[in-house]
Design a protein around this ligand. Structure first.
Ligand code: HEM
Length: 467
């Protein structure tokens, strides 16, 4: 009795809010039921992480002082005396040691940045391996690549803000590299270096970290999600070259509505994320290294955060000049940016894209190896022979595995091609396309020649190919 009255009242209140706020109109596109797995929503996890960074960053902004001058803020000195450390470091010390929950706030902001970068890399590699960047999602991919660079830029600019000797040294190395970027380097140089003082650099990094980059990231995110809305979610990867990769309105109607189902599905993951993050931050709070100018810090090893360790290790390769490092990074960025126009085959499954599978694996192995290597032996020079000794076996193993994988599936691909039942086409995730071909109107779900209904219907369970 009480439950029924309670639910009825709740429904009435919610109905009132929904109607006045027009919430259903804000809703994004419905999605097929088989997308209710985390692997389809890796981008949404990055959005969660980004939102946490914005909220925790705004709270930190209330206490952080972006200044290299001494301050009266309490960071270990006698009451009423000026600090012996710069205000940027001193206010960070204050947040950690004197502000209630300050250590949790700062540690979770820092670990949240790691999580956002990690989740973004997962999202990126998922789209890479499953060929999500292919027509019509080329722009989604390119906008995503720009967002990846901006997210790394957030990490780079945020690293200097506590103004520790460690972060200051690493930022200097990063700046030397960034200033040598072709075309972009000379353009951003005057902006980054300002008047050449520590204060000038800190002010610029601060402005970039709290305003310029988040604004640009927000604008690109808007475009990224608008593109996602326009195409609908990408179907699972397949060998079918005729697979239609856009959903029709009719199919949308059979999908699960965004509001409230998808929204609450995401909320569940968002809450789990925040819980985990706060738990980790509470158990392992971040320790603040010493400040810029502390004479006892003279021997500090110059080391960036983990996501830039690979660049630092490349700088350690003997014979590789900063210009060569920048050249390599530029080629890498251009490769990722224009990938949709390099990999032009219509098939999306990794088994049908051996070259791009090989390149993706090799780059991933390269990043992981140089990151671990950079963390274990920061600043230690290595010869080309040592580099070759470590990478050659990885590349050889990768080539063998990809070749075997390709040959293994090439045979079954041929077999399916030759199958009488599916004479001219391979099973795609959708039912067969209509007489107008791959872009024409869809034949009703489940009507794909000879396909089991669970494979043919977008809403009928996970189709199992990639995804
Ligand atoms: C700050 C970083 C990023 C954020 C916040 C973000 C967010 C999102 C969101 C919310 C989606 C909708 C589907 C989903 O939740 O997975 C999405 C889709 C997509 N993203 Fe990202 N993304 C980011 C970076 C990237 C990067 C680095 C790439 C690749 C270069 C990329 C490529 C794509 C593509 C191709 C789609 C379309 C997926 C589909 O149609 O199923 N994104 N992204």
């Amino acid at each position: 009795m009480f439950e029924r009255t309670f639910n009825r009242s709740l429904n009435r209140v919610w109905g009132f809010i929904e109607e006045r706020a027009g919430i259903p109109k804000w809703a994004l596109r419905p999605q097929p039921e088989f997308t209710f797995k985390p692997s389809y929503w890796t981008g949404a996890f990055v959005v969660n992480a980004f939102l946490y960074q914005v909220v925790s960053g705004l709270l930190l902004l209330l206490y952080y002082q972006p200044s290299t001058a001494f301050t009266l803020t309490s960071c270990g000195q006698a009451a009423g005396a000026l600090s012996t450390s710069p205000a940027a470091w001193c206010s960070t010390y204050y947040i950690i040691n004197s502000l209630p929950m300050g250590s949790l706030l700062l540690s979770s902001h820092l670990y949240g940045a790691y999580a956002m970068i990690f989740l973004m890399l997962v999202h990126f590699y998922r789209q890479y391996y499953l060929g999500v960047y292919k027509k019509p999602r080329e722009f989604s991919w390119m906008v995503g690549t720009l967002m990846m660079m901006l997210t790394l830029g957030m990490g780079f600019t945020g690293y200097l803000l506590p103004y520790t000797q460690l972060s200051y040294n690493a930022t200097q190395v990063g700046l030397v590299l960034a200033l040598r970027l072709p075309t972009v380097g000379p353009l951003i140089g005057p902006f980054l270096l300002a008047d050449g003082t520590g204060q000038g650099l800190l002010s610029r990094m601060f402005a970039a970290h709290v305003l310029l980059i988040p604004l640009a990231l927000g604008a690109l995110l808007y475009a990224h999600i608008a593109l996602f809305e326009s195409h609908g979610i990408a179907p699972p990867a397949t060998s079918d070259p005729t697979q239609r990769r856009r959903w029709t309105e009719k199919e949308d109607k059979k999908g699960v509505p965004f509001w409230p189902h998808i929204f609450f599905y995401m909320t569940k993951w968002a809450l789990l994320y925040v819980g985990l993050l706060l738990g980790i931050a509470a158990l392992w709070p971040w320790q603040l290294p010493t400040y810029v100018g502390d004479l006892s810090a003279a021997g500090v090893v110059t080391e960036p955060d983990w996501y830039f360790l690979w660049t630092f290790k490349i700088v350690d390769f003997t014979g590789l000049t900063p210009v060569a490092v920048i050249g390599f990074s530029t080629v890498l960025i251009l490769y990722f940016l224009f990938l949709p126009f390099l990999d032009r085959s219509p098939r999306t499954h990794p088994r049908d894209r051996p070259i791009f599978l090989f390149l993706g694996n090799s780059l991933l192995a390269f990043f992981i190896l140089t990151t671990v290597w950079g963390g274990l032996t920061p600043g230690i020079q290595i010869s080309p022979a040592q580099v070759a000794f470590r990478f050659a076996p990885v590349l050889a193993l990768n080539a063998i595995v990809v070749a075997l994988f390709y040959l293994r599936y090439q045979r079954s691909y041929q077999a399916r091609l030759e199958s009488r039942e599916r004479a001219l086409r391979l099973p795609g995730v959708y039912g067969a396309t209509g007489p107008a071909g791959p872009t024409g109107p869809a034949v009703p779900v489940g009507a794909a020649g000879g396909l089991p209904a669970s494979r043919a219907a977008p809403g009928a369970g996970a189709p199992g190919e990639g995804g």
